[in-house]
Design a protein around this ligand. Structure first.
Ligand code: AMP
Length: 585
């Protein structure tokens, strides 16, 4: 049990870090360059033994993953020389980012002690929360946490998502049982169904102790609620008799659940009463009546889930507590009980070296601004230099400075630069979508049709969400006449949906096929002239006709309404997409 004194120490640490932002950043950079200065990459940049900020700023270029990929691949393939990080801190594993490179996950290099920094950030979250929500220490958390199967690079280094790496760490294993209802064996079970089932049973059995409920991203929490909707009868039967269904076959998970699951006919009856009437409003507080808040990220693309989560949660507050990535841990929300639309994150200067590229046309490293120097009201793209060997690396996140805590800027997450579509951890950008449409449109050719124009959106009206792609078709066949369309068979269009899914990223495939977090992709064919109407609509709202570009993703409700009112047919992917299995290389 954490004491008030320990909480105070953590809060003081936050005060100290946020007061001495620039001095801490200076120290961090010296430390990183002290370790990694001898790496091939930084030597090539002309840094050799220098560890000062001025030389670093003058010599090290700003890069993307594509620039570093050849170096990453050499490490992954077994070159043990100091390529990105220095000899004292070799790369210990690769974290698979949900950001993709040519459809495959980015492999972010990391070093052993990076886990300590991640843990340090996580250890600050509850002290902040306790400040705002008294009484949390009297209960526990129901957290739905999952690992994925991992792979190894040819050099034998693990390649796995950051959370899988964290949940498998000793540090997490030591603390997990203090803070959450899910047994470790259930969290570490790579079979998503068995893991979810076991975590749900244990959360139900301990319903009175639960004071907070969470997942990393909001989409995950909605998935858990949906799981309850689909399986409550079986769950109630298990609880009534104190016996776990054979659908959970993993022996270690069964053993762990056996320690928690006891016959409880009263609880079984409550679950049946609450779940059988089809009314899901406030289901979370009806089942877990002592819940004080939902702990899940609803910023960025996850903001789309606030309404439905508030419905399921009976208007419980939703706390977006942290801002992290595979590249490095970044920051936390110092006012976690604020409205989701008001969330800002304070980046902690001890976690990495942070720089900011103004988004108003700046494109070169000379224009990078230090953490201590960003200006309120301005937007920037985040650029990080990490202990793991990334130097001036563009994460791809666009942030707006909303204010300061002491000397530390606070940032609102605005968007992922380039990402068009996202339901869960998937991030589909314009190039991914273009590639998918081109591949699918090729199937129309033998049928005398082509895609004249297209756009897309995420639809979360029915959960889980799915991608909707609007197509306006044109005839390519002379006999059809210019501008005419011919009706393409429904089967062909359904096949186009599948073709698109098969061309999307590895992360999309995992969520769609392994997790079932994404429903089949849909093509909505709109009637001829619809995209011209979009132009007219934009012009009537002040856009210049000459400069108008079809948005490849639509979010404005008037535009969505227009598109939906012009739909002539709708088609869904008829099967799960196939994909060559991804190996670390
Ligand atoms: P990954 O590399 O797969 O770990 O994903 C990290 C990315 O997820 C970040 O760069 C952000 O784009 C996004 N992300 C992480 N935390 C948040 C947050 N609190 N709000 C919005 N987006 C976030």
């Amino acid at each position: 049990m954490v004491t008030e004194k320990e909480d105070m120490k953590k809060l003081e640490f936050i005060e100290e870090m946020t007061t001495n932002v620039d001095a801490v950043q200076e120290r961090v950079l010296v430390e990183i360059l002290g370790r990694n200065g001898g790496s091939e990459y930084l030597e090539k940049c002309g840094l050799a033994a220098a560890t000062d900020r001025t030389t670093f700023r003058a010599k090290v270029p700003m890069v993307t993953y594509e620039d570093l990929k050849p170096y990453v691949m050499r490490v992954a393939n077994g070159d043990r020389s100091s390529i990105l990080s220095g000899p004292s801190h070799p790369i210990s594993e690769f974290l698979l980012s949900s950001g993709t490179s040519g459809g495959e996950p980015k492999m972010i290099p990391t070093v052993k002690d990076e886990l300590d920094r991640r843990q340090l950030l996580y250890s600050l979250l509850m002290p902040v929360m306790n400040k705002f929500v008294p009484g949390l220490q009297k209960g526990t958390g129901l957290y739905f946490l999952f690992v994925r199967s991992e792979t190894k690079t040819p050099s034998g280094l693990p390649a796995r998502p950051a959370l899988t790496s964290y949940y498998k760490s000793d540090c997490f294993k030591k603390h997990a049982s203090d803070t959450c209802t899910s047994p470790l064996a259930a969290i570490l079970c790579a079979d998503v169904f068995q893991s979810m089932y076991a975590q749900m049973v244990c959360g139900l059995c301990q319903r009175h102790q639960v004071v907070r409920i969470g997942t990393v991203f909001a989409s995950g929490l909605l998935r858990a609620i949906q799981f309850l909707q689909q399986h409550w009868e079986q769950l109630a039967a298990n609880i009534e008799h104190g016996e776990l269904s054979p659908c959970v076959s993993d022996p270690s998970v069964r053993a762990a659940v056996a320690g928690i699951l006891q016959p409880d006919p009263k609880l079984a009856q409550l679950i049946r009463t609450e779940c059988s009437n089809g009314d899901w409003a406030g289901i979370i507080v009806r089942i877990w009546p002592n819940t004080m808040y939902l702990d899940t990220i609803v910023t960025g693309s996850k903001a789309q889930y606030v309404t439905i989560l508030s419905y399921d949660g009976g208007d419980l507050p939703i706390a977006s507590t942290k801002y992290v990535s595979s590249e490095c841990p970044m920051g936390l929300n110092l006012h976690p009980m604020c409205d989701p639309s008001e969330v800002s994150y304070t980046i902690l200067p001890n976690l990495a070296y942070f720089e900011f590229l103004p988004t108003d046309g700046a494109a070169s490293a000379e224009e990078l601004v230090e953490l201590a120097d960003v200006e309120a009201g301005r937007e920037y793209e985040l650029v990080v230099t990490t202990y793991g060997g990334l130097s001036r690396y563009r994460v791809g996140d666009v942030l707006r400075v909303t204010g300061f805590h002491n000397a530390a800027p606070q940032f609102r997450f605005m968007r992922r630069s380039g990402a068009l579509l996202s339901i869960d951890a998937d991030k589909t950008d314009e190039a991914d979508l273009q590639r998918a449409v081109e591949r699918a449109a090729a199937l129309l050719r033998p049928h005398g049709a082509a895609v004249l124009d297209y756009t897309s959106r995420v639809c979360t009206k029915t959960l889980p969400g799915h991608y909707v792609v609007y197509w306006e078709l044109m005839a390519t066949n002379q006999q059809e006449g210019a501008g005419g369309t011919r009706s393409v068979d429904s089967d062909v269009l359904a096949r186009c949906c599948l073709e698109m899914e098969e061309s999307l990223s590895y992360v999309y495939w995992v969520l769609r096929v392994v997790d079932g977090t994404i429903r089949p992709l849909e093509i909505r064919v709109v009637r001829p002239g619809t995209f011209q109407e979009l132009v007219n609509l934009a012009v009537s709202h002040g856009a210049s006709m000459g400069q108008y570009k079809v948005p490849r993703c639509v979010t404005v409700s008037a535009v969505i309404q227009l598109l939906d009112s012009r739909v002539v047919s709708s088609h869904f992917s008829p099967a799960l997409p196939h994909r060559a299995p991804w190996t670390a290389l």
